[in-house]
Design a protein. Structure first.
Length: 329
């Protein structure tokens, strides 16, 4: 039975990766920062290892003795735009330390979770991407986060070509879903965490509705307020699809690969009409014109190479219904 190190195992994405691997017969070494974070994994048959992206020796220890590394961990402390050096030391530096240890240990597969931000689709300025974006599109990141992800992507490819390390990069879009498998009332959209003690849940939810996607429109629909529908389309990545992609990268992918892991293209018109339908709303809709250069990232390669089947509208419906439940209780 293969043993897999999962970094950030107590986080939003890591939680789902751990469950998926356990459900498919893998041994899991779960990397967490502290005993407090380890409580998020209570009841699961995992080996806990304490490590931090800021503590390089702890990362080397975490990698030692595993067959595969799945690396979704990312330190939010390094995402602050006014401290790019800290971002580099934590995220690129920590990832490179694990890559090097994986090389020394003969790890079979190293799977890195990247982002579409590495290509530079976010608020493009000088470099305007040609859509649809594919895995071979040039990377022109427009923020520190994207630059960091692009940097680790290049290190992964370099380690594959230079040393034969079997690296796989998974580029996500906005990752969404319920924060925990067994707590569907906690909706997570993008930067996921639990509602802190003493804070009103609705205030927390409104502050964590990534790009105002789910709760903003569901709340308006429930109130029967008019809704302005943006033109164009958007793409996200359901967290279960990301977990599946990590496992399939271990099982089916060759090394030196990059895959875009995102649900199929979805129009804002379809999404908001779906919100209105599921809420039974009487909201009137006003439609904005289509943008000239709408974001479109192709997921054809991962479908073809790894045989992944995306969940379609099921994940969207589940999140909308979860929003309805929270907002009406």
């Amino acid at each position: 039975m293969s043993k897999v190190l999962v970094t950030g195992a107590s986080g939003f994405e890591g939680h789902y990766v751990v469950h998926d691997l356990l459900n498919h017969g893998y041994e899991v070494r779960a990397m967490v920062r502290s005993p407090q974070r380890a409580t998020e994994l209570d009841g699961l048959d995992v080996e806990i290892v304490y490590a931090d992206l800021a503590d390089y020796d702890s990362l080397r220890n975490a990698v030692c003795g595993v067959d595969h590394v799945v690396h979704p961990a990312y330190s939010a402390h390094g995402r602050v735009a006014d401290d790019p050096l800290q971002e580099f030391m934590l995220n690129e530096g920590g990832s490179l330390v694990m890559l090097e240890e994986a090389r020394k240990q003969g790890v079979e597969k190293f799977v890195f979770t990247s982002s579409g931000a590495s290509v530079g689709y976010r608020s493009p300025t000088k470099w305007i991407p040609t859509y649809p974006i594919t895995e071979t599109s040039p990377c022109f990141p427009t923020d520190i986060y994207g630059a960091g992800k692009a940097g680790v992507e290049k290190w992964c490819l370099a380690y594959y070509h230079e040393y034969g390390v079997q690296t796989v990069t998974l580029r996500t879009m906005w990752v969404y879903g319920t924060y925990r498998i067994d707590t569907p009332e906690l909706i997570a959209l993008g930067s996921a965490t639990k509602c802190p003690d003493g804070m009103e849940r609705l205030d927390f939810i409104r502050g964590h509705d990534f790009s105002g996607t789910f709760f903003r429109y569901t709340e308006k629909a429930l109130a029967g307020e008019p809704i302005t529908v943006p033109g164009g389309c958007f793409q996200m990545t359901h967290v279960r699809n990301l977990a599946t992609a990590n496992r399939l990268a271990i099982e089916r992918s060759e090394g030196g690969e990059v895959y875009s892991v995102n649900d199929d293209l979805m129009s804002w018109k379809w999404f908001i009409e779906r919100v209105v339908e599921l809420t039974g709303s009487s909201s009137s809709l006003t439609f904005e014109p289509e943008p000239e250069n709408a974001v479109h990232i192709s997921n054809d390669r991962i479908k073809e190479k790894l045989g992944i089947e995306f969940s379609g509208t099921a994940g969207i419906d589940a999140c909308i219904n979860g929003c309805i439940k929270v907002l009406t209780n």
